[in-house]
Design a protein around this ligand. Structure first.
Ligand SMILES: [Zn+2]
Length: 275
């Protein structure tokens, strides 16, 4: 079973168990003043394990494209050496990687997140991510989310189905990034269905797992794009809107940040939040 599905099921059932138990404990409290039965104490302990869900979480959702040794300048490129420096900084400063599913569990159910959570996300499914980013993520004990364009898989310069399965077996997460990488803000309903819902079904069939997260190509979205993403059953979606605040009421419009932006402008927020 997909680990994110089983984790979510466990969370839901724990909540289901906790709330009647807590109601029972409150009822005993009201009637007799003090609970004496150990079952009530156990129930309260159970209930305390689930904190109220926060309305937002400070978290850098880092955004990467190409990870290649020789490259043009620009925000779409990082060298493996440069990427390793990022990972070393994160490790040495106590950051722990989570998935978008973990973040949603935290925002929807109050599931515990690490003190300093980080998401590493990679767009487009470039083969150089498999060659250069994947081994470094493993070396430093981080997981990443790879947003792949379903129509590019098994094509030159892009990852193969087997490579995606190898990464999944090592704990990496695959997300959807449309079928042909159009700007979706102006797309009509038939096109949206192909790029969002059909692409999700195609990926799930090809990879044998639920695809729960989406990234908007070019960061382009409109109200109808967001509605199509939700209707297709994606639990979370990532934009390229720059922020480090993930909001519970905006799981379909999660922000992203470049590493350089993060260390220069935002890391104080996360480091303060975890004090
Ligand atoms: Zn893209």
């Amino acid at each position: 079973m997909n680990p994110s599905i089983s984790r979510r099921t466990a969370l839901v059932s724990a909540l289901f168990m906790a709330s009647p138990l807590r109601a029972f404990a409150d009822e005993i409290d009201r009637r007799v003043g003090l609970p004496e039965a150990s079952a009530v104490q156990a129930a309260e302990f159970e209930a305390r394990a689930w904190r109220p869900a926060p309305s937002s979480v400070e978290i850098p959702i880092l955004l990467y494209h190409h990870v290649v040794p020789d490259h043009a300048q620009g925000v779409l490129y990082v060298t493996p050496d440069g990427f390793e420096q990022h990972l070393r900084y994160l490790r040495d400063n106590g950051y722990q990687s989570v998935s978008f599913g973990d973040l949603a569990d935290g925002l929807e159910y109050g599931a515990p997140l690490p003190e300093r959570p980080v998401i590493l996300s990679f767009d487009d499914g470039w083969e150089n991510q498999y060659q250069h980013a994947f081994p470094l993520l493993q070396k430093y004990g981080f997981t990443g989310t790879f947003y792949v364009v379903s129509g590019y898989i098994d094509h030159q310069n892009f990852m193969t189905t087997e490579q995606l399965k190898t990464m999944m077996a090592a704990g990496m997460v695959i997300g959807g990034h449309s079928h042909t990488h159009p700007a979706l803000a102006g797309a009509g309903s038939a096109r949206l269905h192909d790029e969002v819902a059909s692409s999700k079904a195609w990926l799930e069939d090809r990879l044998g797992v639920a695809i729960d997260s989406f990234a908007y190509p070019y960061g382009s979205y409109s109200a109808s794009t967001v509605a199509a993403v939700k209707a297709a059953g994606y639990r979370t979606a990532r934009t390229v809107d720059t922020s480090t605040q993930a909001r519970a009421d905006s799981l379909a419009l999660l922000p992203a940040v470049l590493y350089s932006q993060y260390v220069n402008h935002y890391r104080g927020n996360v480091e303060l939040a975890s004090r």
